[in-house]
Design a protein around this ligand. Sequence first.
Ligand code: SF4
Ligand code: SF4
Length: 509
Amino acid sequence: MADITAPAYRVIPLIPALKPGAMEGKGPFVAGEKLNEALGFPGQLVEDWHDRAIGKMGDLLSRYRSLKVFMDACVHCGACSDKCHYFIGTQDPKNMPVARQDLLRSVYRRYFTLPGKLFPKLVGARDLTREVLDEWYNYFNQCSECRRCSVFCPYGIDTAEITMAAREILDTVGYGQKYSNEIIGKVHKIGNNLGLPGPALRDTLEGLEEDVKDATGFDVRFPMDVKGAEVLLITPSADFFAEPHIDSLIGYAKVFHATGTSWTLSSMSSEAGNFGMFIGNYDQLRTIALRIRQAALELGVKRIVVGECGHAWRVAYSFWNTLTGVGEGADANDHFAQMLQKQLDHRYKQPAHICEFTWDMIQDNRLTFDKSANDKHIITFHDSCNVARGSRMGDLPGGQFEIPRNIIRAVANNFVEMAPSTTREQTFCCGGGGGLLTDDLLELRVKGALPRMEVLQQAVDEHGVNFMATICAICKAQFTKIMPIYGFDRKMVGGVHQLVSNAIQLGPK
Ligand code: SF4
Ligand code: SF4
């Protein structure tokens, strides 16, 4: 008896109490006429929205077998229901992944299944009414398409894909979301999400060269539109001026400088982000991606490297091969794709993430670091959803988790993990992804950040963590905005290449 000890208490999972209707009517601003029309969507809700919406749903069901399977396969086991950060934070039952899916599924059943046509009430089928359409708008714009719920679904049902389909239907009937459509319009018109024109960008880069020279004594370049450079860096436009993003841009430039790699940015294609994915629209997704191919061809580069942006890396890693003809398994079946395939240097991975580039250089002993430069930080790492659950890095499974952590360990002495149930493939969304990083959704963003903030607080209490690194521009923007609301210093968040920048040795002056 004396040898028997009680097992340690388990952490009791907290399932939030329900608050029905808590987030009703709290969706984002609706896009106006000009924004919609600029993307080729109807300017406002069309008169025959009902028939067009059902027609579009049928079109998507016939094109995407996965969507049809997701509509049919759910057994309502509930395994996903408490896995969404927006449900945890808002307690609105319609933010449970299964309930969110059912908003679309109930209409699918009514119009596309025999039992739904014959006995709608018995099978939970609903007519598509204006009320239902408004519900779609509201709750499908409260999903960051983070795919955490799908990790826990025994059938692998991907709510993000259902959200994308719903947003695609909404845009088709002229009921688009202001923030995402405005951003896509800026990319088409100016070349980046922030609407920064080429000359302003050039000025910013020149200013950065001066700042880095003052700080380090080295002539680190931030080149733009350099024909014949080896690397084209495609990075989120937030890297050009937002804090802390810009510190990572400085880190990339220092890595290129220290390794003697010639590189360039493109004024025509100065954006890695691709909000076409967030609104689920293939044409937008492809058009935005093709700007990058055009820039690569015009500049004659040998390699394409993508900066710290979560969803951009998912698009590059998972979709560029079919969208642009670049990437693993690319089917270079059009003239420009074939030209680019010929032009790129296939000794290297195409495209590569900046973390893969830096990690390769570290492994080749081409970079040296003074790790003590990061000693003021006790660092943890926030895995970003689209990198964690929608991409890979390196040659081994899980490379997208290990490579950023390996870099942090190579440049800093103090690294600790947050709770394992909230990292790697189980990571929580920052609360601002998927086209929701807009101030008209601030309440949702603050509440959706709750699970990550709880676990960060735990890491602060247990290990004294004072820096959370991440490799996503949206995570950085979201955290700097909402962390002060949770009592954290906004400077606690930053990029992996910000840490690289602190510690890198640029060589003899
Ligand atoms: S936000 Fe993420 S967890 Fe929540 S429903 Fe959407 S994909 Fe699932
Ligand atoms: S875990 Fe999958 S099957 Fe179960 S309720 Fe959620 S979506 Fe449906």
